[in-house]
Design a binder for this molecule. Sequence first.
Ligand code: SF4
Ligand code: SF4
Length: 397
Amino acid sequence: MRIEEYKDMIYACGRCNLCHGTDFDERCPELFTQYWESSTLRGRIAIARGILEGKLDYSEQMAERIFGCFMCGRCQEECKKAADISTVEITKAMRADFVDRGIKIPEAGSKMVDTVLESGNIFADSPAVHAKWAEDLEFKRDAKTLFYPGCLASHRFKEKTRILVETMQAAGYELNFLGDKQRCCGTPYWITGRVSAAKDTAKTFVNMLVEMGIDEVITPCPSCFRALDEEYPKLLGTEMPFRVRHTSEILRDIVEKKKLKFRVSIDKKVTYHDPCEIGRLREIYDPARKVLGALPGVELIEMKRNREEAFCCGGGGGVKIMYEDHSNKVAKERIGDFIETNADLLTTICPACEMNLTHGTYAANIEARVIDVAELVAVAAGIVDKEILETDYFPDD
Ligand code: SF4
Ligand code: SF4
């Protein structure tokens, strides 16, 4: 069993309750949606211990506890003060044990995997659709830096993705692009326990990039970033032959090295939602804040839960696909944090967070603009019109 690898961590839990918090809505979004002790890290550790000792066995009845975790890392942030237990790795191992033992995973999770296996992306689009958003952009076919948008940015946020590329190119970045050769990074596989499919994807992807002579990958998606930078080395047992950077770090470089002039004042109060996968899971909190702080006319107001304590957007761990009602409930709760700030704009720097928080505004029945930090940079640099900041603005695609 894969959880055996984490035996020491599992037995380190002193049941201190830090991961749980005092209120259902305080820390753990899984607890907030399921209300059971077994839906917290402490509870999952108790289940894992029971399985290791042969007192319990994996069963389909456990699926909601194990696949309903958003893998947001909020509990492991608290557990750093106690036993430093890694929920995300243990939850991943439990999901993989499910698959290895032939136990049924949530149907929507299986369907997502089939979709990615068949079409190469999570939306079941034909491969040609990957490149549609980029038709009027110029990429350098011999550039050693690859822009890899991932499924969401290619298929659902096309205008924003174009704006991001135009911004980086205006700042002097020479970017390569896979076009219709792009495939999903493989995150849907390991969050549903399909380790061998994940390994195959990693191998094929890395070989393709090596053949192209790529030495750096830039992506706006925190899941793709962690896939290439963390999961692939673990899956393949080797360091990657390229550097991987999230666009938050690129935008920070643009600001710090003054690669763009900011002439347009934003004139908005904004708040910033930390994506779990670059925030807690990678401790990348400052770049987006530095960028926002450098833009004229931006007043940054923090939400009460920010940085290490940020509440998940509801999109993590595949829960958006497997338990959509849980995901929407969490998104609505996070929108409550935004409303309390009285900010004009809710910014973030993750396509999945942006989608989920937008769904949260629908659930909360409010009209609000959720926007990527890159779009504010593009407005301030005069690359796009200021109208994209308005609440009633809808992109063409
Ligand atoms: S914070 Fe860590 S040690 Fe404390 S109960 Fe939770 S998992 Fe156990
Ligand atoms: S990773 Fe997030 S959702 Fe999962 S148990 Fe921890 S706090 Fe809850």
